[in-house]
Design a binder for this molecule. Structure first.
Ligand SMILES: [Zn+2]
Length: 333
């Protein structure tokens, strides 16, 4: 028996055969924040060898409370979250194969990255991306696992094309946290509950166990935990899992300006504002800045801006898309 995974192989629902399947599998995790770091670490330790990690952000001090793969050094080095995560995961398992994408998750990226994954894990904090994942997963017939947490509450469910209705069909019944953005805080036990439930379902799917997915939700502070089945909630006219699906989210044009939920930050994407253009701008205006291989951080008009090499800007200290547009117009005319 493979000593490293002996305790997992001894668990009779997995066994030698299940473990082989887990090790041969590939998982895409979207979002490398609280849920994403917990899920990635657990899957890597469970033996999943191929991971695709997608995240648009970099490590900051407020992350350390619950995003367990990150350490203070990552902040000093201004590392994108997926890069920091890859470094730490490789310390757990040297031969793990990780592909990292420092990017906004859109339909194009999902097509490139996630089409051959055995499972897609939602570790995002926003509703739009979840609906995009839902459309992509049902179109490509890939199971995806939803998770969310807020304050001391958590919710989790697996959506399996051909077996269960989709996220949109169940949405009216889901606890309200699936729609809210992260502005009221969260404690670590709520994160680990959601992440553990996601990983448990991932291991069931990857090891070839069949099961009937349920929505699980609760409150770790109040000690209340509930589940309900949703197999019969399918709407025939659903645009994603109904009789004639149109997968509307896959056809939507990409947002170039996005307000980042609860972060006082606006994301602005324009390929022309790539590394060379930003370096030139920073030099010409003699702006205070720091940089590494992935991004340049600079101060302009009292706002901190992080510019990733691909032409994606995070403008901190503003809240609305229109302010973001005005800010970029002021910068580049
Ligand atoms: Zn549906």
């Amino acid at each position: 028996m493979n000593e490293r995974y002996s305790r997992q192989i001894l668990f009779n629902k997995i066994g030698e055969k299940g473990q082989e399947k887990i090790e041969a599998s590939s998982v895409t995790i979207i979002g490398m924040g609280a849920l994403g770091t917990h899920v990635a670490e657990q899957l890597a330790r469970s033996g999943v060898k191929r991971l695709n990690l997608i995240d648009r952000d970099y490590v900051e001090s407020s992350n350390l409370q619950r995003q367990t793969l990150f350490v203070e050094k990552d902040i000093k080095e201004m590392l994108p979250k997926v890069v920091a995560a890859e470094r730490h995961l490789k310390l757990i398992r040297e031969d793990i194969q990780i592909k990292t994408y420092i990017a906004q998750c859109d339909a194009k990226l999902l097509n490139e990255v996630a089409g051959y994954s055995d499972v897609i894990v939602d570790a995002t904090d926003n509703f739009n991306t979840r609906q995009l994942i839902n459309d992509f997963a049902y179109k490509r017939q890939i199971p995806w696992i939803y998770g969310a947490c807020l304050e001391s509450t958590y919710v989790q469910a697996s959506f399996i094309p051909g077996v269960t209705p989709c996220f949109n069909c169940v949405l009216p019944q889901l606890p309200v946290i699936s729609r809210t953005c992260d502005t009221v805080g969260v404690i670590n036990p709520a994160v680990t509950m959601a992440a553990s439930l996601q990983v448990a379902d991932a291991l069931k799917i990857l090891s070839g166990n069949t099961f009937t997915p349920k929505v699980t939700y609760g409150d770790v502070w109040e000690g209340e935990h509930q589940t309900f089945g949703f197999k019969k909630m399918q709407r025939d006219d659903c645009e994603t899992c109904g009789a004639s699906p149109s997968y509307p989210k896959l056809a939507e044009s990409d947002q170039h300006v996005t307000e980042l939920c609860g972060r006082h930050t606006v994301q602005y994407i324009n390929e022309k504002l790539n590394r060379a253009a930003i370096e030139k701008f920073v030099a010409q205006n003699r702006l205070l800045h720091r940089s590494n291989a992935y991004m340049i951080q600079f101060l302009y008009d009292d706002h901190r801006v992080v510019a990733f090499n691909s032409g994606r800007l995070l403008i901190h200290g503003i809240d609305t898309a229109s302010e973001g547009k005005q800010f970029v117009e002021k910068m580049f005319g």
